[in-house]
Design a protein around this ligand. Structure first.
Ligand SMILES: [Zn+2]
Length: 170
């Protein structure tokens, strides 16, 4: 049987480092870009956390919900951050349902390199939309990856969906 619960063997940080030759945290850097920039994969900015597309998606629409604060431990999160992260995960499911109509989801996180975290200094929660029969899909790892047009289209659709959802909320 294929292991379904290991979608996050991300090469994201390694490639980020070689490209920029620094130890900058990709999630902290992402917060500095405007959401409208084509270099940004952020699709929603909440008060304590934000949502961005994974540059190395396990599946189309692979999202990450990330606290703004650079912390690695779950215990370092404040109650208001945990609360908002879970509400934002809920919104992300809705946004994906509205745009991509997945048949299922994986949701989870890896804490520490031993658990398979690609970036273990800044915690983040993965949301991977799933479709029946998609288990053979694997991202092309080790290539130089640029933000593709497909990813930008996905991004635009998700930004719209999140905007609708946050209007409904208020
Ligand atoms: Zn960070």
């Amino acid at each position: 049987m294929k292991k379904l619960w290991s979608p996050w063997r991300s090469h994201y940080i390694e490639s980020f480092k070689t490209k920029n030759d620094s130890d900058a945290c990709v999630f902290c850097e992402s917060q500095k870009l405007s959401i409208d920039s084509d270099k940004s994969l952020v699709v929603y900015e909440n008060k304590n956390c934000f949502v961005m597309l994974n540059l190395y998606p396990y599946n189309s629409g692979h999202l990450m919900v990330i606290p703004y604060r650079h912390v690695s431990e779950l215990s370092a999160l404040k109650d208001k951050e945990i609360d908002e992260i879970m509400r934002t995960v809920q919104m992300s499911f809705k946004a994906l349902s509205a745009t991509a109509k997945p048949q299922g989801y994986n949701f989870g996180a890896n804490f520490g390199k031993a658990a398979g975290a690609g970036i273990d200094a800044h915690l983040h929660f993965h949301i991977v939309p799933r479709w029946n029969g998609d288990t053979n899909f694997m991202p092309a790892l080790g290539e130089v990856k640029i933000i593709s047009q497909d990813l930008l289209v996905t991004k635009k659709n998700l930004i719209k969906a999140f905007k609708k959802l946050s209007k409904k909320k208020s």
